[in-house]
Design a protein around this ligand. Structure first.
Ligand code: O7E
Length: 213
């Protein structure tokens, strides 16, 4: 995954036509595309393969099962062209390790989630989830742009592993705050794909990133 604009597009649209339109408009301003269930269910899993021809795809299935099932899910995602996957850590280190083995390390583990409810159950165990991600050899963690101080806390636990950070724009977080707190990439969905002009919105974010790193 290149590290240029530091923007990962959260492509949470629900048709192949919208996905293609948005990606064609913003491809010069994003480093990777994150594909989540809404688009996979709407357009079919082949959309992963299609988008992987344009940019690296982070397959956000938030995998959370027993080790054997996790392994099978990751193998399918990687065979469709995903460059990395996102998994939950609360299932325990054997389950996350199964993902890491199947993805050859290319796993991001969710820690504290960015929405208000993320404070309820994920925040109290986020430090442990970050430590688990490190201990099993994951590539990085997902940490909230809505609470940049937590990005800084989690950075201390994981050292030089990568942090990808959702919550910029529609959820109230600021790209510059997340990056200054230690995020490597920001994940942005609605602020780009719901904008009147997605290319201008992505460019404005890319400019903000450039000023803050
Ligand atoms: O708010 P948006 O529209 O910019 O979209 C944010 C995206 O990041 C969306 O796909 C959502 O599923 C994801 N996300 C969060 O918003 N908060 C989290 O805590 C975790 C994720 C996530 O994707 O985890 C993996 C990156």
């Amino acid at each position: 995954m290149q590290k240029k604009s530091r923007i990962i597009l959260a492509l949470d649209v629900t048709s192949r036509a919208d996905a293609t339109r948005v990606v064609n408009a913003v491809r010069d301003y994003v480093d990777a595309i994150k594909i989540n269930w809404p688009l996979i269910l709407a357009a079919g899993p082949d959309i992963i393969r299609e988008m992987s021809k344009v940019k690296d795809v982070v397959c956000d299935l938030k995998i959370a099962d027993i080790p054997n099932t996790n392994r099978m899910i990751v193998e399918q995602a990687m065979s469709l062209g995903a460059s990395a996957v996102i998994a939950h850590g609360f299932t325990g280190d054997d389950s996350v390790r199964a993902c890491v083995e199947a993805a050859k390390g290319q796993v991001f583990v969710v820690t504290e989630m960015s929405h208000p409810g993320g404070k309820q159950f994920t925040a109290p165990v986020a430090d442990k989830l970050a430590a688990l991600a490190k201990s099993v050899g994951a590539r990085g963690i997902v940490a909230p742009a809505t609470r940049p101080e937590r990005i800084a806390d989690l950075r201390k636990i994981i050292g030089s592993m990568e942090i990808i950070s959702p919550g910029v724009g529609a959820q109230g977080g600021k790209a510059s705050d997340a990056l200054k707190a230690g995020a490597d990439y920001i994940i942005v969905g609605r602020a780009i794909y719901e904008a009147q002009d997605p290319a201008s919105a992505a460019k404005a974010l890319a400019d903000e990133v450039e000023r803050s790193v």
